[in-house]
Write a protein of this length. Structure first.
Length: 265
């Protein structure tokens, strides 16, 4: 009778079973692991931000290393908001403004941390509407209320909407979108008045204070300032201006006394 010799194979190992019952092993020796070289140490972490729109900001974390290089590590950092009722932040550094307030945004990368303090304002929902009213009058020392002044919304969802003050200087916009708006006021005999970035998030009342157009004298020179008794001066020296008229109320701009402090007399 013939004896049968069996061969079996295993992963990376061949075993031959001989007729005598002995075996021969041929194991494969694994390759040695290469040593891991650590990267340069992180010496600093810097946070910056850029507005994406009115309610979101992209935060960026930049790591500076001991070898003098730097790298954007925004998506490798761990981000935390100090107050999630003011702002939340995603793992990619995208910050969403929830409400108005102040918050500290913190990033951690390889044991190095940095934080950035932010003062945040969330714009109101433009679907909500409020009243905007007020009164227009002449700047002190004038006491005149200004009827027939035209008040116009120049930026925001209601751009172009205008109203005119009544005889008592009062005006009212009945329905203004919740937003940030700019306004202009015009009236014959007065300089253009402007207000910018007025936040409408509730019923709002404002004052429109307008400066009269300064007169010119017989020589065609424009007045340089207004006195406290409402007369005008053409003086170019603050000490000499309005000496017989109660002192200087304000300097005319542009002009030699523009922005001048009040005469102490």
């Amino acid at each position: 009778m013939k004896r049968v010799c069996l061969g079996t194979a295993t992963l990376a190992l061949t075993v031959l079973v001989g007729c005598s019952g002995k075996s021969v092993d041929n194991p494969v020796t694994p390759s040695p692991s290469l040593p891991t070289t650590p990267g340069p140490a992180v010496t600093a972490l810097v946070i910056t931000n850029q507005s994406v729109n009115d309610t979101t900001k992209q935060m960026t974390a930049t790591a500076r290393f001991a070898d003098g290089t730097s790298r954007d590590v925004t998506t490798s950092s761990t981000w935390v908001s100090s107050n999630t009722s003011i702002a939340t932040i995603s793992s990619s550094g995208m910050l969403t403004i929830v409400s108005n307030g102040e918050v500290d945004v913190r990033a951690d990368f390889q044991g190095t941390a940095a934080s950035l303090h932010l003062v945040l304002t969330r714009p109101p929902d433009p679907r909500t509407r409020f009243t905007l009213s007020g009164v227009a009058h002449e700047v002190t020392p004038g006491t005149q209320v200004l009827g027939n002044a035209r008040i116009t919304i120049t930026t925001g969802p209601d751009t172009g909407t205008a109203v005119t003050t009544d005889a008592s200087g009062q005006f009212r916009f009945a329905s203004v979108s919740a937003s940030r708006v700019s306004l202009e006021a015009t009236r014959d005999g007065f300089q253009l008045w402007r207000m910018t970035n007025l936040t409408i998030d509730k019923d709002t009342r404002i004052e429109v204070v307008m400066y009269p157009t300064p007169p010119t004298n017989a020589a065609g020179q424009t007045a340089t300032g207004r006195c406290k008794d409402s007369t005008w001066t053409w003086s170019t020296s603050i000490p000499d201006a309005c000496t017989d008229h109660g002192g200087l109320a304000y300097g005319v701009c542009p002009g030699p006394m523009c922005g001048a402090p009040l005469n102490p007399q």
